[in-house]
Design a binder for this molecule. Structure first.
Ligand code: DX5
Ligand code: ZN
Length: 213
């Protein structure tokens, strides 16, 4: 299994978004796009009309931190999402919403907040391409990694050896190592990459965690 690196673009300079993404593009597997609605989380970011203007060959991994995600899945698919992640806590009909993502031609993922148990998604797990285990309470970049969520990662890896397991929140080369040891293979990192003096070196350090798989 390969380690996949997904820089979160939450903290990027949106004034030169495409230029900045072009610099990182050769080194990454996905760009992680954080969509927040000021309702499911206390922060407001961007929506499909902006994502449409992202110009890159790197697949866009769209993390929807929004209520009623079913209303907007088609918009994000049409805006160019490769994968769409909805929150288990935000979806009223999880399996219907997952099916909607697949029908729109995207890979389907569900995210769990730090306090949400795996039981919440056990019925839909076989439908999923990826599970996102949040390692901070969603809403903001730059928060501290919560190691207690690694129990969920371990359980998922034991029961689903081929599933993409993504971890998001407070990831750097040290916390990333813990996550990879627990079984995560898709690493989202915002501050660690974008605020680094040398973002490409940061990406390479995360990729080197493969030895802990
Ligand atoms: C938090 C977002 C994350 C965030 C990660 O709600 O989902 O993707 O941008 O940022 P860092 O890596 O700084 O914790
Ligand atoms: Zn995210």
């Amino acid at each position: 299994m390969k380690i996949k690196i997904a820089p979160s673009i939450l903290g990027i300079d949106y004034g030169r978004l495409n230029e900045h993404l072009a610099e990182l593009a050769p080194y990454v597997d996905y760009f992680h796009v954080d969509v927040m609605d000021g309702n499911f989380v206390d922060n407001l970011t961007l929506g499909a009309p902006v994502i449409k203007w992202i110009n890159t060959d790197v697949p866009l991994d769209v993390h929807l931190m929004i209520n009623n995600p079913h209303k907007y899945i088609k918009d994000f698919a049409e805006a160019g999402a490769y994968s769409i992640t909805i929150h288990a806590e935000a979806s009223k009909h999880l399996s219907d919403d997952i099916q909607k993502i697949k029908d729109a031609g995207c890979k389907a993922a569900v995210s769990l907040n730090p306090d949400t148990p795996i039981d919440k998604i056990s019925k839909v797990l076989p439908m999923l391409d990826m599970v996102l285990v949040m390692s901070v309470h969603p809403g903001f970049g730059g928060q501290t990694f919560m190691p207690e969520v690694l129990e969920k990662v371990k359980w998922l890896r034991e029961h689903y050896p081929n599933l993409d397991i993504q971890i998001d929140g407070g990831i750097n080369d040290e916390t990333g190592q813990l996550a990879v040891k627990a079984g995560a293979n898709v690493l989202v990192a915002g501050s660690y990459i974008l605020k680094n003096q040398d973002p490409i070196k940061a990406i390479e350090k995360l990729r080197a965690l493969k030895e802990y798989m």
